[in-house]
Design a protein around this ligand. Structure first.
Ligand code: HEC
Ligand code: HEC
Length: 246
């Protein structure tokens, strides 16, 4: 691991320099497009919920350069090399562009289920998708894993069993506090309402709460077991109980 993070940092810095140099001499349009993609990636005004791509996805290699946050989505450098979106279930030509549109409509604009409530291919313009992909290609290092280790739990029955299994574990509230601030705080600041609703005032507890974390809500993202293990979720549940007790 020793030399890799440093190389990544140098590379990230040099991308910035190339972009600036390119805009000064008015050449190499791809770098300008990548810069626009970087802006879009961080732009919460693209939608209506207050979320941006950057809330849920890293634009760097999380394993090589961990920052302590636990994001529900994949890290995205080099994502255009993927031929399928495991989480959304899109495969084949344009799968990654569709996943971007699905995330925009579902999470950024609260439109519901992609393919049913809205067309994922119509959420972003070709220019916007192209800019996002150019940026994510520009920050790719080649070392980031390109697959999810765990899929979304499919089907109500499996989800019920998975959440019951979590609810039977004994949670460690102190550990859950750290995990809550890493995974949930961006939308539920200290447990209060923010982009999401108040978890302190929520009626969800135990199995129902575990299920919500694994399945997500209308806008809330789901967390697969490679982002939060069953024990992690049990610990978060225990921490939320202590918040409710206050
Ligand atoms: C509220 C959280 C959230 C937001 C905001 C969000 N995403 Fe996602 N995204 C997810 C989740 C969860 C998945 C499914 C798990 C996965 O595949 O990473 C996903 C999947 C994806 C995938 C498919 C990755 C793969 O390999 O399967 C792409 C591409 C993507 N998102 C791009 C974007 C872009 C671009 C934006 C901003 C316009 C965005 N997402 C905003 C949560 C989010
Ligand atoms: C990217 C934003 C986001 C993150 C991260 C997030 N949530 Fe949420 N959460 C929401 C939103 C938005 C809602 C409101 C319902 C909906 O739209 O899904 C919500 C609703 C909830 C509710 C239901 C409240 C109610 O009574 O209706 C619970 C419980 C909850 N979240 C717990 C969590 C926990 C625990 C985590 C961390 C593992 C977490 N959330 C992470 C956005 C988020």
């Amino acid at each position: 691991m020793g030399s890799l993070p440093r190389r990544d940092l140098v590379r990230a810095a040099s991308i910035g320099a190339v972009v600036v140099a390119a805009s000064l001499c008015n050449a190499a349009p791809i770098e300008t497009v990548a810069l626009e993609g970087r802006r879009l990636f961080n732009d919460a005004s693209l939608g209506t919920t207050g979320l941006a791509c950057a809330t849920c996805h890293a634009d760097f290699d999380e394993k090589a350069l961990p920052d302590g946050l636990i994001r529900p989505g994949h890290q995205l450098p080099g994502v255009s090399k993927r031929t399928a979106s495991v989480g959304w279930g899109f495969t084949g030509e344009g799968a990654i562009a569709k996943a971007m549109g699905a995330c925009t409509g579902h999470f950024l604009r609260g439109k519901g289920v992609p393919g049913t409530d809205f067309d994922p291919a119509a959420e972003l313009s070709a220019e916007q998708t192209g800019a996002l992909i150019a940026y994510l290609d520009a920050v790719a290092t080649g070392s980031e894993p390109l697959t999810l280790d765990a899929g979304r739990i499919a089907g109500a029955e499996d989800l019920g069993m998975a959440s019951q299994a979590i609810a039977t574990l004994t949670g460690d509230g102190a550990r859950g506090r750290t995990l809550f601030f890493a995974a949930c705080n961006s939308c539920h600041p200290a447990g209060a309402a923010g982009i999401g609703k108040s978890v302190v005032e929520s009626k969800f507890a135990g199995t129902g709460l575990a299920r919500y974390v694994r399945n997500g809500g209308r806008v809330m993202p789901w967390f697969t077991s490679d982002r939060l293990t069953d024990q992690d979720v049990a610990d978060i549940l225990a921490f939320i109980q202590t918040l409710k007790g206050q």
